[in-house]
Design a protein around this ligand. Structure first.
Ligand code: NDP
Ligand code: 2IT
Length: 454
């Protein structure tokens, strides 16, 4: 089997050059599911891994727009329609200067397994652009979003492909894109999730990823008879996922010591309370400022700039019980992972997608900590997107409590699926293998049912 895995990865790398993040995501899955492939030759005979790692469709397009000075600008837009075996393509849109084909392919690939774990009928996709929303006016963001949707509208639909938010895409961008689609198609329909409450959005969708990640951490802790009460937590990022992770940690009696942005992080020895969290939400969502302002406002906090070229990130070098990486991919390297362990961290729940490099994952697994990988731990966001789609189809909306209960139930079920897959394939306690195997089997069985076009 190790020959098969090596040959398979050689082929992936040759066929998808210069896409290291995609290689990384595929490598993790093939390593996890190799035991399943060994036991079930039908998956290998039907070339499931070869097919699942090839996007069904990749759309790449020019996004021209005019800035506030009247200058023409051009960005590159993408939508990766990765896999539609179990439902229409579903996944977010990322607007960040680092966006490229390989990064979106890794995200779309992860999304296939994540969406499968949610129990809801959603295939996997991802899209976005190398447009940088930082420093842009609302009007510039609107013109960009309109131009982006003027191409994307041809490829999406409520039963075809339903994008949502990710880094750099929140309620504002979804609003501009939704209105553009409606204007072109003369159709009021759920083609995006993360919509505003007045126009088809679901309660709890903004909160869902962060809340879900904390629910997942609580489930992992429950396997050791523990709760989040009194636990100290390190959170990275200060966007959507970090904010609602912080809120739910507070709800469950924990204490968040850090948040960050791409410039640096703050350490608040007293913990981020609700008033301070409200300050962060206003700073990041309304004023769109930098996190160093937090330390200027609250004397209990210290700001430290992060040097991306340094060999480790000082945020991960503080005494704590739990870590919730909630910024971006590969933000925890092997040294950071060792620092976390030596500082007493024994719960890592990934709000971000693939925030830990493979050597860092090995450190967590070797130390047998409670490590919840992103595709399981952060699936609450897309799960509530799925619930938003259900509500749109019914022309109805559920209460906050109803959606939160469903989210909580889904996170428990994802945790249970990971545990059961781990037990079945003799890797108890390994949530990486558990999540990859459980997510894979449902999609793979469907692809078998559908034959060569599956
Ligand atoms: P936001 O845009 O709301 O916030 C992103 C945060 O991460 C910001 O604080 C940002 O800092 C920081 N960040 C982004 N890129 C980098 C980078 N290259 N280096 C350092 N810091 C960075 O995004 P979200 O909170 O929505 O997303 C965060 C993570 O969670 C991503 O990995 C995303 O894929 C994942 N995720 C999101 C879901 C959702 O529903 N939104 C669902 C599941 C996963 P700055 O402002 O300085 O750029
Ligand atoms: O990575 C993710 O799961 C998301 N960005 C959310 C996708 C969605 O369709 O809600």
């Amino acid at each position: 089997m190790s020959d098969y895995v090596a040959d398979f990865m050689g082929h992936i790398k040759a066929k998808n050059p210069s896409e290291p993040e995609f290689h990384q995501a595929v490598q993790e899955v093939i390593e996890s599911v190799s035991v399943v492939l060994e036991k079930h030759p039908e998956y290998r005979n039907a070339k499931i891994m070869e097919r699942i790692s090839e996007p069904e469709r990749v759309i790449m397009f020019r996004v021209p727009w005019v800035d506030d000075q009247g200058n023409y600008q051009v960005n590159r837009g993408f939508r990766i329609e990765m896999n539609s075996a179990i439902g229409p393509y579903k996944g977010g849109l990322r607007l960040h200067p680092s966006v490229n084909l390989g990064i979106l392919k890794f995200l779309a690939f992860e999304q296939v397994f994540k969406n499968s774990l949610t129990t809801l009928p959603m295939g996997g996709g991802k899209g976005g652009s190398d447009f940088d929303p930082k420093g842009k006016s609302d009007n510039e963001v609107m013109r960009f979003c309109q131009s982006f949707m003027m191409e994307l509208y041809r490829h999406i639909g409520p039963n075809t492909d339903i994008p949502a938010g990710d880094i750099g895409v929140g309620g504002r961008e979804i609003g501009y894109m939704f209105a553009t689609y409606k204007k072109i198609k003369i159709e009021y329909t759920g083609i995006l999730t993360g919509k505003g409450l007045n126009w088809g959005g679901s309660l709890i969708r903004p909160e869902a990823t962060g809340y879900g990640t904390v629910y997942f951490a609580a489930e992992m802790l429950a396997t050791r008879g523990e709760t989040l009460e009194g636990k100290t937590c390190l959170v990275s990022g200060s966007g959507n996922v970090a904010q609602y992770t912080t809120e739910k940690v507070l709800d469950l009696g924990g204490k968040v010591l850090t948040v960050s942005d791409s410039g640096g992080y703050i350490f608040d020895a007293d913990g981020i309370d609700r008033e301070k969290l409200a300050f962060i939400m206003d700073l990041k969502n309304v004023r769109r400022g930098r996190i160093n302002e937090y330390a200027e406002k609250f004397s209990s906090a210290k700001y430290t700039a992060i040097d991306p070229s340094a060999d480790c990130n000082p945020l991960w070098n503080h005494k704590a019980d739990c870590a919730f990486p909630s910024a971006t991919q590969n933000e925890i390297n092997a040294k950071d992972a060792k620092n976390l362990i030596s500082n007493g961290v024994y719960v890592v729940a990934e709000g971000a997608n693939m925030p830990t490099v493979p050597d860092g994952v090995d450190v967590f697994l070797q130390n047998k900590i409670l490590y919840g990988p992103g595709k399981a731990a952060n699936a609450g966001g897309v799960a509530v997107s799925g619930l938003e789609m259900s509500q749109n189809s019914m022309r109805y909306s559920w209460s906050r409590e109803e959606v939160d209960n469903k989210l909580h139930g889904i996170m428990k079920s994802i945790h249970q699926s990971c545990v059961e897959a781990g037990e079945k394939y003799n890797c108890q306690g390994n949530y990486v293998n558990g999540a990859n195997i459980a997510g894979f089997v449902k999609v793979a069985d469907t692809m078998l049912d559908h034959g060569i076009f599956g």
